[in-house]
Design a protein around this ligand. Structure first.
Ligand code: SAM
Ligand code: SF4
Length: 476
């Protein structure tokens, strides 16, 4: 058992993030002031903060650890919230003889820290980030900054959410409503969404970017889909050259009619997401489409003139050998999409996959291509770079194997501005649909949020109120 005794600060959350990296699970007892992790070792660690700063040590070895930590970080301490994490991370790397690609950077978007320290070397020395990840992080942060300045600080970004899917993929917990159980709600949802958009759009300023996501917005039947798309295109005022993206992720929900409607409405960016280019994996994860469906829909979209297509892949799907990501990637290169987004499998609360399945994904690595997920990701990134894509946004989720990341890559000039604006926390986001969270920025980087009901029935019933509330929230 590993026990971390906390005193003089309240950073349980951050310490648990670090402990989870090493031990998988961490249970906090905030009242009694400790965190425990199951392990064969018996270790008591103290994490203390007082006027002199932070100190992290194994019980009975205070001087030794204070000296080691001070020498490692040149006697300089960060703000308490970060210092307690990096000290614990450093101590555990010594105890377990193990390091992680992102070092002590947990629970914060890596590019935010890159923007603070502005140097790869400081990510390595101050946060113990591995050199290749530090380079990736700086490169991505620079790209994010370049893209964000293309948009005025007061620009309006809109998210329209459709929390329904044709079936629930085993790894996913985004959704919510499996269409087989909620078929009858789709027309009502399309009505509610278009009502909310119409009521709010009358008073809103011109919109810079819009993302119709989910879930799977293309899950609507042809008529409902056209209604939603034309409501967006006709009721909302857009800036000249505004960017509109539609998540058309599941090829089993796309057809020529829906593509033509989007084209007709002036939509150029869509996502067609394979997740993997292995039929066997698609079946295992309940995706209910084939690799050939992805290829067919992609080619159809190209034929109809879509010139900005994103494709999502998931690295580390636990039934695959890590190397299969490379095989998927090679097939994606044959299609030559403008954007490729690589997510690393993460455990979500409501997903069918267990934590052990997600974090233990590497155990299946075997045979010829016996690379770890970490190594395979690095190889994938260099192949993507060789094909002319640049990383342009990045985020991390809790509970991924080795704390690995999600990265969006794009060919120059095809980056999705909405993704960057939304991630940056430096732009307002107006959200429509059940569970939509509006985000408003105030002086001094203060952020306020306003949420619509998550429950679809309540949202449909109270949709006028949802529109009124967000107009009031933004003072439009
Ligand atoms: C909100 S989902 C919507 C995508 C769309 N419905 C589809 O299935 O193509 C956006 C992306 O998140 C990723 N994703 C979902 N669950 C994940 C998980 N547990 N681990 C890693 N990536 C995940 C997938 O790549 C997915 O395309
Ligand atoms: S990956 Fe997409 S289709 Fe699958 S459950 Fe998640 S949101 Fe729905």
């Amino acid at each position: 058992m590993i026990r971390v005794i906390v005193s003089g600060h309240n950073g349980f959350y951050g310490l648990s993030d670090v402990l989870r990296l090493f031990y998988g699970r961490a249970s906090e007892n905030r009242e009694e002031g400790y965190i425990v992790c199951e392990d064969d070792k018996n270790l008591v660690i103290r994490s203390e903060a007082n006027d002199q700063g932070v100190s992290t040590y194994i019980d009975g070895e205070k001087d030794k650890w204070n000296q080691l930590i001070s020498a490692t970080f040149n006697g300089v301490q960060l703000e308490v919230k970060r210092e307690i994490k990096r000290q614990l991370y450093y101590l555990l790397t010594q105890v377990e003889n193990k390091t992680f690609p992102w070092g002590a950077l947990t629970g914060i978007r890596p590019t935010l820290v890159a923007n603070e320290v502005k140097s790869k070397d400081r990510l390595v020395s101050d946060y113990l980030v591995r050199s290749d990840k530090a380079s990736l992080c700086i490169e991505t942060a620079n790209k994010e900054n370049e893209i964000l300045v293309l948009q005025a600080p007061n620009a309006v970004n809109v998210y329209v959410g459709v929390p329904f899917c044709p079936s629930r993929c085993a790894y996913c917990s985004f959704v919510s409503q499996d269409i087989n159980h909620h078929l009858n709600k789709l027309p009502l949802y399309a009505d509610a969404l278009t009502t909310e958009i119409r009521l709010a759009a009358e008073k809103m300023p011109a919109v810079s970017t819009l993302y119709l996501g989910g879930g799977t917005p293309t899950v609507f039947d042809d008529k409902e889909f056209a209604k939603v798309i034309y409501s967006i295109a006709k009721d909302i005022k857009f800036e000249a050259n505004a960017e509109i993206t539609v998540e058309a992720g599941r090829p089993d929900t796309i057809n020529e009619y829906k593509l033509s409607v989007m084209k007709d409405a002036g939509i150029r960016r869509i996502c067609i997401n394979p997740q993997t280019m292995s039929d066997e994996t698609l079946r295992r994860f309940n995706r209910q489409h084939t690799v050939q469906d992805v290829v067919d829909v992609f080619e159809l979209a190209r034929k109809l003139g879509f010139d900005n297509i994103n494709m999502d892949l998931i690295a580390g799907l636990n039934s695959e050998r890590p190397y299969e990501l490379i095989e998927s990637l090679k097939k994606i290169f044959e299609l030559d999409p403008e954007n490729i987004t690589i997510h690393t499998l993460y455990k979500k609360k409501l997903a069918r996959l267990t934590r052990e399945q997600v974090l233990g994904g590497e155990a299946v690595a075997s045979g010829l291509h016996d690379l770890t997920l970490d190594e395979v990701l690095s190889e994938a990134y260099s192949m993507i770079a060789d094909k002319g894509y640049n990383p342009y946004y990045m985020y991390r989720q809790k509970d991924t194997s080795h704390g690995l990341e999600n990265v969006g890559f794009a060919k120059v000039g095809t980056e999705c501005l909405y993704n960057v604006a939304m991630m940056s926390d430096k732009r307002d986001v107006m959200a429509f649909g059940a569970g939509g969270v509006c985000k408003r920025l105030f002086e001094g980087n203060r952020i306020e949020r306003c949420s619509a009901p998550k429950d679809v029935i309540t949202y449909i019933r109270d949709v006028e109120l949802a529109a009124e509330q967000k107009l009031a929230f933004f003072e439009y």
